[in-house]
Design a binder for this molecule. Structure first.
Ligand code: ADP
Ligand code: ADP
Length: 218
């Protein structure tokens, strides 16, 4: 299922501020899209609109001529606001629920995923709050990958990692997301770009000002 946004406008109801201004784009199934632009451009807000996570009852007014989105997995900018469970293993098991995974298979899948994202697999029953921010960010990615929806949304997924960690993360994302749609906000453009098909550039007024094939950058 593609992402289709036509004349999408998001406004903060409290102060009237325009956050996204008549944004139109179509993202094909399986396409990998990098979103760039200055701080405050509405990049995170766009991901939240696609994930249907914006609070439209109290805070934001969302209008669009068309709005079509697939089911999404999400890596939050702030890992602490992503987790639903107190322990590493519980958090990952929670993502495997509703996926017809037999309970006796879960632990092996969880350990494999922990290894994939560069976390220690031997003590999965660890409180999430004892992890460093970098480890939490790796766990957030593991959680989204196990959620395994047809589209993955990533909000600065490598911001808390060192440069090598960022390169590794993008390789794992690419490997995991074959055939899946990826929409990512990422400041580490060099690490992400080799895995991308297209770049969307936003200005500080929440307007989509460029929509370019990513291969022009190579
Ligand atoms: P970036 O994505 O560039 O790292 P953020 O998305 O965290 O930045 O924030 C962008 C801008 O939005 C900042 O100026 C920040 O102060 C503002 N902002 C973020 N969250 C809130 C909030 N809950 N209430 C008010 N302003 C916010
Ligand atoms: P970006 O991710 O590009 O930095 P955001 O989508 O976080 O931008 O923010 C876009 C604008 O929305 C910001 O200018 C900020 O003022 C406003 N904003 C973001 N989050 C909130 C929030 N929770 N409450 C109020 N304003 C917000």
């Amino acid at each position: 299922q593609p992402i289709v946004l036509k004349e999408l406008t998001v406004r903060d109801q409290q102060n009237g501020k325009l956050i996204l201004d008549r944004v139109s784009c179509t993202i094909k199934p399986g396409e990998k899209v990098l979103i760039v632009g200055p701080s405050g451009a509405g990049k995170s807000t766009l991901l939240q609109v696609i994930a249907k996570l914006l609070d439209t009852t109290n805070q934001f007014e969302v209008k669009a001529e068309s709005y079509q989105v697939p089911p999404c997995s999400y890596v939050f900018q702030d890992p602490d606001s992503q987790f639903c469970m107190p322990y590493v293993d519980e958090e990952l098991a929670f993502m495997l629920e509703n996926q017809q995974v037999a309970s006796e298979d879960m632990l092996a899948i969880i350990k494999k995923m922990l290894t994939t994202v560069g976390l220690q697999k031997d003590q999965p029953h660890t409180p999430i709050q004892t992890l460093s921010m970098g480890m939490k960010q790796r766990l957030a990615l593991a959680s989204a990958m196990l959620h395994n929806q047809e589209c993955m949304l990533l909000d600065e997924p490598s911001a808390l990692l060192d440069p090598d960690g960022a390169v590794q993360l993008w390789k794992e994302v690419a490997k995991h997301s074959e055939g899946k749609t990826v929409v990512a906000v990422e400041h580490r453009i060099t690490e992400a770009l080799p895995h991308m098909d297209r770049i969307l550039l936003f200005n500080h007024r929440g307007q989509l000002v460029a929509n370019s094939n990513a291969t022009v950058f190579f």
